[in-house]
Ligand binder design. Structure first.
Ligand code: SF4
Length: 329
């Protein structure tokens, strides 16, 4: 499979992931799974087999017990966690999964093949199995919507059972490395509500933020976190914070590990200082207080305290620099 590396200035040459037909068929798959009651209709069995041939050996979704996720950030969650991890932006080579991405976030995306486990594998001379698996998940999700919907339904029920077993809550983050419009699908909201699963999602899509603004930062049982970038709208962010929403901001140059600087106390947006919480303590965003800034520590090239290296890494202005006057310490 040919994979495309994220190109910061490449724009969106690939077709958009989302479509009305995809949503319709995905919802159909969810309904089929929930009404199957232990048996599967023949068409669903065939659809699942076809999806498996695209997906290969990895699972479409991960359902992890508390602190057991394969993703280091999600492993901080003290709850059962359902997750979808895909290839960001154009890196599946087939679909654009981040319609509101910016030059800055594409250059620094921690789910790109330049960061994290995928980068370690590449530097070690590996053949890109991690990014290939993320790309196959995106393609399987998009091209086998009935089966993917059925699989999500099964995993929602499984997350609920796991939460019962560990006597914890269940949460779902369906956008790890993607910015897909899950929160626009009422069928997913209904399933989350039925199984007491709380979703959360970081997004740069203003449409998702406006939808959640009407209901205190939630849309279809999913907590929507507006993701700050060089193109973020301060007006939208402030309106959202006032409505009870939350805004995630990456702060660069704080270092990492035992000698890291503390997170900022507050961040000023449009003249108002908004209290920061430490967004790295857990990935579970469902219990954050309303109207706060979720402060995230810059990782990888954004962790350094070397001013010139930091300026080069953050040349598009995606993260907030240490000297930024909007920071309150
Ligand atoms: S929108 Fe998020 S997932 Fe997509 S490229 Fe930007 S940082 Fe990565």
């Amino acid at each position: 499979m040919k994979l495309a590396t994220i190109q910061p200035t490449a724009g969106h040459a690939l077709p958009a992931f989302d479509s009305p037909e995809w949503r319709r068929d995905f919802a159909r798959g969810m309904r089929a799974a929930f009404s199957a009651a232990g048996t599967r209709p023949a068409y669903l069995v065939r659809a699942l087999a076809a999806m498996r041939s695209t997906l290969g050996p990895s699972d479409l979704f991960e359902v992890a017990a508390p602190h057991q996720s394969s993703n280091g950030k999600l492993a901080k969650n003290a709850v059962a966690t359902l997750a979808f991890t895909g290839a960001p932006d154009a890196s599946s080579g087939r679909y654009d999964t981040c319609p509101a991405s910016t030059a800055g976030c594409r250059a620094l995306c921690v789910l790109s093949d330049a960061c994290g486990y995928a980068a370690i594998e590449r530097r070690a001379g590996g053949v890109g199995t991690i990014m290939a698996a993320r790309a196959r998940r995106v393609i399987a999700l998009r091209e086998h919507p009935v089966a993917a919907g059925a699989e999500l339904a099964r995993c929602i029920a499984r997350a609920a059972r796991m939460a019962d077993r560990y006597d914890v809550r269940a949460v779902a983050r369906l956008n790890v490395g993607t910015d897909l419009p899950w929160e626009q699908m009422p069928e997913i909201g209904a399933a989350f509500a039925r199984f007491k699963v709380e979703g959360y999602a970081y997004t740069k899509r203003p449409h998702a933020v406006r939808l959640a603004m009407r209901t205190g930062g939630w849309a279809n049982a999913t907590r929507i976190v507006y993701s700050w970038s060089e193109d973020a709208s301060p007006r939208l962010a402030v309106d959202y914070l006032r409505a009870g929403g939350t805004v995630a901001v990456v702060f660069a140059g704080l270092g990492i590990g035992a000698y890291a600087d503390p997170m900022p106390r507050a961040f000023v947006i449009d003249g108002t200082a908004w209290t920061c919480i430490d967004g790295d303590a857990t990935d579970d965003r469902t219990t954050d207080p309303p109207g706060c800034v979720v402060a995230l520590r810059g990782k990888g090239p954004l962790a350094t305290r070397d001013a010139s290296r930091l300026a080069q890494a953050n040349r598009h202005g995606f993260a907030v620099m240490p000297s930024d006057p909007r920071i309150r310490r």
